[in-house]
Design a binder for this molecule. Sequence first.
Ligand code: GNR
Ligand code: NI
Length: 167
Amino acid sequence: MPILNILQFPDPKLRQKAAPVAVVDDNIRTLVDDMFETMYSAPGIGLAAVQVNVLKRVIVIDISEDKSQPGCFINPEIVEHSGDEKMEEGCLSVPGIYEPVSRAKDIIVRYLDRDGNTQELSVGGVLAVCIQHEMDHLDGKLFVDYLSEMKRNRIRKKMEKMRQHTM
Ligand code: GNR
Ligand code: NI
């Protein structure tokens, strides 16, 4: 199974909006498997399809330390949210940058699992943060968008400088 290329900020492709998955078929399951492999090898705790340049509403997450809790969320929707909490976030598309972001503390998310069945899950903590972070990716949004323009510009310059050295 191939490891997919992860787009990096400020690539304009990260600003694309993903379309809902009509049918959860073997093609989607292969995408999910490739995304898990890519996320684990990075390593990261989540990955959205937009980050690997696939415009489908597919997310994979595993916040465990031993790859024991793989979760796949297709067409996710937040049906209820409450509270606010600020947590330090990072992103595989913005490597090396960690900044606090405020999000809903507890959420109920509705989604399709890898068999195409509708599921509803009530979550808080890091998993709630991660789901919201990944859902933003599906709408072309990045965690750096919550920071000041000055901070975002500084991060952009840093990324562009790093890129020159790796090319
Ligand atoms: O690996 C990741 N860690 C992380 C830490 C705090 C908040 C969100 C995340 S998601 C990130 C992987 C990623 O970029 N997913 O889009
Ligand atoms: Ni991210």
